[in-house]
Structure formats: structure tokens, C-alpha cells
Design a binder for this molecule. Sequence first.
Ligand code: ATP
Ligand code: MG
Length: 393
Amino acid sequence: MIFHSFLLKYGEIGIKGKNRYRFEDALVRQVKLAMNQIEGEFDVYKSQARIYVDCKSDYDYDEVVDRLSKVFGLVGICPVVKVFDMDFNNLKAEVVKYMDEAYPDKNITFKVEARRANKNYPKNSMEINMDLGEAIIEAFPEIKVDVHKPMVHLNIEVRNEIYIYSKTIPGLGGMPVGSSGKAMLLLSGGIDSPVAGYMVSKRGVTIEATYFHAPPYTSERAKQKVVDLARLISKYTGPIKLHVVNFTDIQLKIYDECPHDELTIIMRRYMMMIAEHFANKDECLGLITGESIGQVASQTMESLYCTNEICTLPVYRPLVAFDKRDIVKIAEEIDTYETSILPFEDCCTIFVAKHPVTKPRLDRIKKSEENLVGKIENLVEKAIETVEIIDVH
Ligand code: ATP
Ligand code: MG
């Protein structure tokens, strides 16, 4: 079957007035962006609380559906057959053909649901429902009408052409990217942070990212893995401005000057501080991490308390109460898992102590950080100055 168009449904609950326009405009923008990435010519527009994607050239159906099902904010994607010849007998024939092709197994119940946006059409919705229903039963005696709980809702929309659709491919829901503000994701090569970025982005948030590497202790391949992860989530979030920060000298300095059981926490505080610098520079309204209570020593509540203290921006931790296996499940769904488990070294694990504190005390951490005064500021400045920016899309 050839579909001429896709009708996109979005949730409207709670989105009113000015916010609704912002939501819709952001959604149209995201759909356009998604369609720009695939081959074919498409016309994307909004009409009567729906978004339409008209296909103006040949296209790959699976590719279109795959792209659209990654756009946050859409709840349903309906492939539409258009009938251009408005003559009713022709419509009948097209509808019968549609049912035949769409439902090879005729053991179904259905109901016709006509809407007449074009009031000049000679039949009203009631008449269209009756007459098309009759034509279908006549053509396929096995098919039954069920007006209460039909298996198939056959939608007929009379506009300047006639639209036929009955199938809805589920969308991801959420809010379209660009309908909320921007946030800075601390993206590592692990399982958690890509999932965290995905989840916050699903609330309509535009994402930037910062990755800390420690060459030569971490390799080019470890960095490439992070770029790959950013690329994988960018299918959902849209383009990501990725900041790659050389963290080696800072880590070495902390290693030299501070108690080793506090290394991870102090390093984390510096990461947050630097990520916040770039966040503020680009007008991000928050930071995002993949932290989850109790997952490792650096993520006990005491550790999170110490890490958090350095930030003035809100820190969004969407995985805070998730079990690892639930995080893995999402990672698999969004296709980041296989990349995340590639065994490359991580800058945190290289300098990690054998017995890190699990209940760090902020006063002690701050005391230890005094050892760094006068020695680390220029290293932080240098790390900021030498940042490498990669536009990932
Ligand atoms: P992930 O799977 O996201 O790497 P993790 O379970 O390995 O998380 P940690 O290594 O303790 O946990 O990191 C906690 C969070 O700190 C990460 O989710 C990420 O947001 C941030 N983070 C850790 N290492 C880095 C890094 N090298 N660059 C940027 N952010 C990092
Ligand atoms: Mg990690």
C-alpha cells in the first residue's frame, strides 16, 4: 500500500493557550528536523490540532516511521492513504481496496468514523459512515460492524482530498525538544548518563554535553565511544554540542595533593564545577547526571550531598531512584547499551582509590581541597580554555 501522508497525533493534556503554541511549534520544528535527515521530499504542517507530513516523493516507509517514532511529543503516527478523486463511488472503491490490503485477515470488526471538514461535500458524516460501512460488508461478508468496541476504527476525513487511515503506530510521548529550556549533561561512556540525557530530553529539554577525558590515561577510542553515545541519543534529542575537557592535569594534581579515599568525590566536584561553567556560558538552566542513590561509593546520599554542594544550578538526576536493571532496559530500548558496555577505560576508574569513602563529610572534603588552593586554579582555567567542541548530530 502506498501512503501519501502521515497524520501525527500529540497529547494536549495540560497544554493550553500560549504554551500550546510553543508546544506545537516546537513539535513541528522537531518533525521537520527528523524528516530532513532522511531521503525524500516532505511537507510538514499543522492543521486543526494535528500535524501532517505529506510525502512529495518516493520514500522508505520503515525509515519514516523509525524517525517519527523517535520524536518526543508524538503519541501516535497514522499512515494515511489519500483519495484525490472526490466522487463517492470512487471513494467506496478506494475504501474497499484499503480494507482489503490493510487487513489480509478479514476476521475483524470495524466502525467507520467520518469527519467532514469540507462542508461542501455532498454527503454528511452520518451518510458517509452508513454508505461506506455497507460497501465494506458487501465486499467482505466476514467483516462485521461493531459500533461499540470495534477492532478497527476506519477514519475517513473529507478535506480537499479524502484521507483514509485506521492504524496508529505508538509514539514516544513526552514533550517536543525545544519546548523547555536547555541543560548540560555530564556524559561519560557508561550506561547511565546517556539514559539520563534521553530522559530529561524527553521532557522537552534541549541537551548539551560535557565529557571529561584524561589522555594518555584514557584513549582516543574511549573518547570516540562517548561521541558515538552522543550520536545515538541525538536521534532523539536532536544535535548535541559536546564539550570534551582534558581533565588529566587536574586529576593528577588532586591525586598528588588529596587523600586518596576522597579522590572520586573531589574529582566529581571539579567536574561539576567545570560543567557548570560551560552550562552558564551557554545559558543552560541545569545540569544532568546519571547518578542513582547507592549505586557505587560516589553515589551514596552522603557522596551526592558533597558533589551537589559545589553547584549553584539545579542538578537533574532522573535515575536517582532507578535500579540498574531498569536503567539497562531503557538503554537497550534506545540502543545505547551495546556501545556503553564496550570495555574502554574511564577517567574516574583510573585514579580511583582501592577503598573510597562511602560516607564523605563535606567539612573534611573542603579541608582536603584547601591543599589545592593556588595550585589548581590555572589548571582549571587551562582545561576550560582548551575545551574541544564537537557538534554531534
Ligand atoms: P555512567 O554509566 O553514566 O558512567 P556510572 O554508573 O559509571 O555512570 P559514575 O562513574 O559514578 O557512575 O558517574 C556518575 C555520573 O557522573 C555519570 O552518570 C555522569 O553523569 C557523570 N560522569 C562520570 N564520569 C564522567 C566523565 N568522565 N565525563 C562526564 N561525566 C561523567
Ligand atoms: Mg561512569
